[in-house]
Design a protein around this ligand. Structure first.
Ligand SMILES: *[C@@H]1O[C@H](CO)[C@@H](O)[C@H](O)[C@H]1NC(C)=O
Ligand SMILES: *[C@@H]1O[C@H](CO)[C@@H](O)[C@H](O)[C@H]1NC(C)=O
Ligand SMILES: *[C@@H]1O[C@H](CO)[C@@H](O)[C@H](O)[C@H]1NC(C)=O
Length: 335
């Protein structure tokens, strides 16, 4: 029995070494793993200059599974997001006009764990999440798990998360005081599979249009796999009312979708938090004919000068600012 015990513990040691070795890289702060044209690009994205020096965000990437584990700690509440560690998912059809999208299936398994687990957490079950969430809540952690999308009438600008006219988020979970920009309340509800999402709309402090879909029952979904195109179709067909804000970004009639990202907005934790994500995917189907004919004059639909501009917009210095700037948690003021 004893030897069996020794065997199994050295086996688990081997396993954890093996999984530790399966990372391609660990990157921190404002680093990046992958080229912008790769199917997956990983960024810890510590964009906020107001973050305390004793905080950090590091990301270990396993690009073949694919999976990543982020360890972060931001021990100061600045009533703002410190970082949005994320994977950007590319597709050859992006950017594409929203009106050409026939389906957009997004998939992600995620979990958060208090501390720094010895081996990468890959149990995304509801029961494990319920336990972990209780620990995170008790420790006062505030964070979410969210998909983030950027849209604009100008194709190039869809790669610019600060200047693009529209940001759409789909929140899959949250702990602590994480709240979206809630605007005047619930705009509508849409059910996808087993999950009903409710929509909030508000201009952010840069007067960009921010739409947030969150689960209507207040729950979290750690294993998500749905066609979310109805959520975008609603926004396309139901533009927001005119705003009194003179600086409000002009509403694009026929917007393009560019950036597609999944990550965690990190507000606050005194201890390490590990955000683990696996099996993420983007499966986009567009109406190619509409996409080709939809480029109403000027530079063509796919290819041409636009691509160069898009590449430039993705320059590294700029990405220092990659910001779900929308996410000022008004609610954090109560912390
Ligand atoms: C917290 O995470 C950092 C960075 O990964 C690590 O160096 C440190 O040992 C961790 N602290 C604890 C208490 O696990
Ligand atoms: C589109 O956006 C890019 C980057 O912001 C800008 O350089 C370009 O002039 C814009 N094009 C039009 C037609 O407004
Ligand atoms: C896990 O929780 C989600 C959200 O509450 C729910 O939709 C799903 O059915 C649950 N899954 C299982 C296996 O219980």
């Amino acid at each position: 029995m004893k030897s069996a015990f020794v065997l199994s513990s050295s086996f688990s040691l081997l396993l954890s070494l093996a999984s530790a070795q399966s990372y391609d890289a660990t990157i921190c702060g404002e680093d990046r793993f992958g080229e912008f044209s790769d199917p997956h690009v990983y960024l810890p994205n510590a964009w906020n200059d107001n973050s305390p020096d004793d905080g950090y965000v590091c990301m270990s990437v396993d690009n073949s599974t694919p999976a990543f584990d982020v360890t972060w700690m931001w021990p100061e509440n600045i009533a703002d997001v410190h970082s949005y560690p994320y994977v950007r998912l590319n597709d050859d059809d992006l950017p594409t006009r929203l009106s050409t999208i026939q389906s957009m299936r997004i998939k992600s398994d995620w979990i958060m764990t208090l501390g720094s687990p010895r081996s990468p957490p890959r149990d995304f079950s509801n029961s494990t999440w319920a336990e972990n969430k209780e620990e995170l809540d008790e420790a006062g952690v505030t964070a979410n798990a969210a998909w983030d999308f950027f849209l604009d009438g100008n194709r190039t600008r869809t790669y610019n998360p600060v200047d693009s006219a529209i940001e759409v988020m789909i929140w899959l979970g949250r702990v602590g005081h994480a709240r979206p920009l809630e605007g005047d309340g619930v705009v509508t509800r849409i059910t996808l599979g087993d999950h009903t999402f409710q929509l909030h709309y508000q201009l952010n402090f840069r007067s960009r249009h921010v739409f947030t879909w969150i689960l209507a029952d207040g729950g979290d979904v750690t294993q998500f796999d749905e066609d979310v195109s109805p959520l975008f179709e609603y926004i396309l067909n139901n533009p927001p009312p005119e705003s009194d804000d003179e600086d409000a970004a002009e509403w694009p009639e026929n917007p393009y979708l560019g950036l597609v990202e999944f990550g965690s907005e990190t507000w606050f934790s005194r201890e390490n938090v590990t955000f683990s994500v696996a099996n993420f995917a983007l499966d986009l189907e567009v109406d190619e004919d509409a996409a080709d004919s939809g480029s109403d004059g000027g530079s063509g639909g796919s290819g041409g000068d636009d691509e160069d501009d898009a590449a430039m917009a993705l320059g590294v210095p700029f990405l220092g600012f990659v910001a779900p700037v929308a996410l000022l948690a008004g609610a954090m003021i109560g912390l």
